[in-house]
Design a protein around this ligand. Sequence first.
Ligand code: ADP
Length: 507
Amino acid sequence: LTSNPTSSGLHIIHIAAEVAPVAKVGGLGDVVTGLSKSLQKKGHLVEIVVPKYDCMQYDLIRDFRALDVVVESYFDRQLFRNKIWVGTVEGLPVYFIEPHHPLKFFWRGQYYGEHDDFKRFSFFSRAALELLLKADKKPDIIHCHDWQTAFVAPLYWEIYAHKGLNSARLCFTCHNFEYQGTAPASELASCGLDVNHLNTPDRMQDSSAHDRVNPVKGAIVFSNIVTTVSPTYAEEVQTPEGGRGLHTTLNSHSRKFMGILNGIDTDLWNPATDTFLKVQYNSTDLQGKSENKEALKKLLELSSADATQPLIGCISRLVPQKGVHLIRHAIYRTIELGGQFVLLGSSPVHHIQREFEGIASHFQSHEHARLILKYDESLSRMIYGASDMFIIPSIFEPCGLTQMIAMRYGSIPIARKTGGLNDSVFDVDDESIPVQFRNGFTFSTPDEQGVNSALDRALSRYKEDRASWQQLVHKVMSIDFSWDSSASEYEELYHKSVARARAAKRA
Ligand code: ADP
C-alpha cells in the first residue's frame, strides 16, 4: 500500500459510493471528484475510497491494478477478504474495494437500488475503515458522503478510534436528505455496531419508527463537521417541512452544521475544450454555439427551418424531486410558445419512466420536441452546448449542478427558487438583486402558473431583445462556478476542526 505523506497540507480521505466519471449516478460523483481535485490543487493529499463495482467505466481509470494485499473485514460475525485495487481517476489516487463475500455486493450490474443496499454499504463502510487501519493511514480528515457511507462516522468513533485509527476528524456531507437509508435496527449489528447502544433517540434511532435506525442521523451525531450542499438547503432542512424527520437532530447539532454551495469541475465542463461538441466555443465567440444547435437538431431530427427558434434543454433524473409534472408541462408550453424542447432523462421509478415513454412516443417524429430516456453523458454535453435555455423546475433541490453547467455552456437557466437553485440563479427582473448577479429566470410556486411565469418571460426576452440576450449569455458564461471558493470553505472547516482536536489533546 502507498505510504503516508510528509506534505505540510492536510491528509484528506473521502469514502464515498461514487467518483466521477468512473462510477457516477448523479451529482455526488461530480462533487467527490471536483472537491478532491480542488483540494489537491491547494496542496492537500487527497485519497478516495469507493467500492469496485462491476459496472464502472474501467477505461477511465489510469494505472489500474490490484495490490498484493488482502484486507479482512468483519461482517455478520465473520471475517471476509477484500481485494484492494488502486488507480488514478482525474489525477486522484483512488482505492477500489472488492469484497469476496458470497453475496457479490458490488457485482450487481448497478450501483444502487438492490434489496440489500443497507448490507452492501454498511459492509463497504467497515471495509474502507479496515483498509485505512491496515494501511496505517493517519488522515487528518475522513470525509464521508450520504447514507451509503454514513456508517463510517459511528464505526470510526465506536470501533476504529479504539483500534488505533485515531488521527482523524470526521466530516459528513449530506447531498440529499431525501435518502436516509433507514432499516430495521437489528441490521446495524452486521457491521459490528452495537444496536442497543445506538438505537436511541439521541443517536441513530429513526424519528418515525423506534425499531429502525437511520444512518444519516448517525453521521450527524457522530461527525465533527456536518455539511450539506447549499446555504438555502441547509436552512430548509432545519425546518419541519424540509428536514424529512431530521430537523430536530440538525437543530441540536446546528453548531457543526453548515451549507456550502457545490462547485462544478470547470476542466471537465468546458465548452472551449469539450470534445463531445461539434464545435468548441467560448463566451467571446458564440458562433460555435449556433453550430452545435444546428448539429443537435439534425442529430435528433428536429426542424432546422428557423435558426432563431429558441431551444430549451432539460437533463434530469426523472424523480418527483425534480418536478416531473412541471417538466412535462414545460414541454407542451414551450411548443405552444413556438420553441423547441429536448429532454434527456431516465427514471428509476417505473410509473414515471412509463409515463415519459408515452410522452416520448407521442413526440417521436414531432418537429419541435424530442425526449431521450436514457443516461448518456455525450448527449448531455451536446444539449448543454446547443440549448439557449435550460429548465430546472425542482420541488426541492439540495444544490443542483445542471444550472451551473448550463450557464457555463451559455444556456440560460429557468429555475424554481429552492435550495441551491436559490443560491445560484437570480432573476433578471428581480430588482432586489444587484444587476451583476442576475443571470436567469426564476419562479417560486411549484405549479404550472409558476413555470409559465418564468418560461414565458424567458421566451419573449429571447425573441424580442436579441442584443440583451447575447449579453446575458456572455455574462453567465463568465461566472466562476469552479470549486475554488467552495473548496476553500471546506478547507477552513477542516483546519478549524483539526486545530480544535489538537488543542483538546494538549489541554
Ligand atoms: P442529482 O444529483 O439530484 O441527480 P444534480 O443536478 O446535482 O442532480 O446532478 C446531475 C448530474 O447528472 C449532472 O452532471 C447531469 O448532467 C447528469 N445527468 C442527469 N441525468 C442525466 C442523463 N440522463 N444523462 C446524462 N447525464 C445526466
